[in-house]
Design a protein around this ligand. Structure first.
Ligand code: HEC
Length: 119
């Protein structure tokens, strides 16, 4: 009795499959990120970044959204090594006084949330 038109059913099926596949990719890539900056804690990194880094980057972007600097459209950094180098470069220039521990936290935060490098 409850029959739907065939075309519609298969459409939903395809969409559901795509969602499942997408989820699998997201989960899979997350665990891959965990290997990079393994000593870093992304939550601590987010706090450090908000306190020391965000305002200057925000002021650089026309719409005030400094995170766009990390997007594929703007970024210059192309791998995890380059990311760590830029974090260190900016941290030093900002006189943050951060040790490698803090650099790792922030690199982890940036990679998990924006760059998503696997190596
Ligand atoms: C006084 C301003 C200023 C502060 C503060 C600052 N940055 Fe930057 N940051 C820049 C500028 C300017 C660039 C772009 C440099 C370039 O593209 O040559 C940049 C670029 C970067 C990039 C590379 C973006 C990319 O992929 O091209 C990262 C990563 C970064 N900053 C991290 C940080 C971190 C982490 C902090 C906090 C410790 C920080 N920045 C604080 C000015 C700042």
């Amino acid at each position: 009795m409850n029959q739907k038109p065939l075309g519609r059913v298969s459409h939903v099926g395809v969409a559901a499959a795509a969602v499942v596949l997408g989820l699998g990719l997201v989960l899979g890539s997350n665990s891959a990120h965990a290997m990079l900056f393994a000593k870093g804690n992304a939550d601590l990194g987010a706090k450090l970044h908000a306190k020391t880094c965000a305002s200057c980057h925000n002021s650089m972007m026309p719409d005030g959204k400094g995170e766009e600097l990390y997007s594929e459209d703007f970024r210059k950094v192309t791998d995890a090594g380059g990311l760590k180098t830029m974090v260190q470069f900016c941290a030093t220039r900002t006189n943050s006084g951060w040790f490698d521990e803090e650099l790792e936290h922030v690199a982890r935060y940036l990679n998990d949330n924006f760059y998503k490098f696997k190596k």
